[in-house]
Design a protein. Sequence first.
Length: 342
Amino acid sequence: MSLFWRIFGLNALVLGAATALLLWAPVTVSVPVLLTEAVVLVTGLAVMLVANAALLRVGLAPLERLTRLMTEVDLLRPGHRLPVAGHGGVADLIRTFNDMLDRLEAERAASSARVLSAQEAERRRIAQELHDEVGQSMTAVLLELKRAADRTPDEELRAELQHAQETTRGSLDEVRRLARRLRPGVLEDLGLVSALTALAADYSTHTGLTVRRRFDGGLPPLDGERELVLYRVAQESLTNAARHAGADSVELRLRRTAGGVVLSVRDDGRGIGSAREGAGIRGMRERALLVGADLDIGPAPEGGTRVRLAVPVDGGPPCAAPPAGGTTTADAMDTTGEEAAA
């Protein structure tokens, strides 16, 4: 039934009931109208209005649910759909809206994939230029400073050249660190576990965070795209913990599940609270959508923030958290700045 005939039918039902009541009720209207007759007429009108409002609310309830969904829908949290019951205009409208969400989510995922692919390509280009151009130029400057310091007989000038040499060496190390963060070569060469280990050591050394890493053994094989998503989410989570959460320690876990792997990053900072999601978190959600992963960000049970990314393997069922008390890998350890330096 179309929306027009639905509303027409509800109004006709109310008016028909009122007409039948007037036909069989012992009610007369005098001229002029008596007070008692006016009270009866006003009461009947009020009853009709209330009945009409109640029936319209029931009949238009699907539209109210559709309106609420329109205000709450977020393409970065896919899967929100309204159930379609019956036939007619309202059912067709809900079905069309659900189809529109399917198309929008598919188009958003495709466009995000193109953007993130271009972003990763630009990261690789910049990292390559930092390594080949800036890095080599600074290495040449470092060698020239060393040669000049070794040749000069002036002790004061030699000390200044050595100081400039140390400053250049520190800048060269920073350039190399930036290049590694832009393009995780260890991820391509040695795999996900080695890349996350290096990432934890890097953050421990340069931010003072105590990063405890716990990685399960025998992780299922993952393609390069899934490994990159896991690495980038871990990287962004550690960055947020260091810059915004005011955390002292972070736990980085990688677990095997029946359907894939689960990455969990938990800090002891001030928590996310009611703060709006920034570009970093929305970027993590976009990356999760690319591989069909489930991303959950919220408060940790003991305080702080917990980021949980469940990545399915090809052809596997959706990831589920392992049972409580499940074993983790024996090489769980604390990563501190001293260990990273060693």
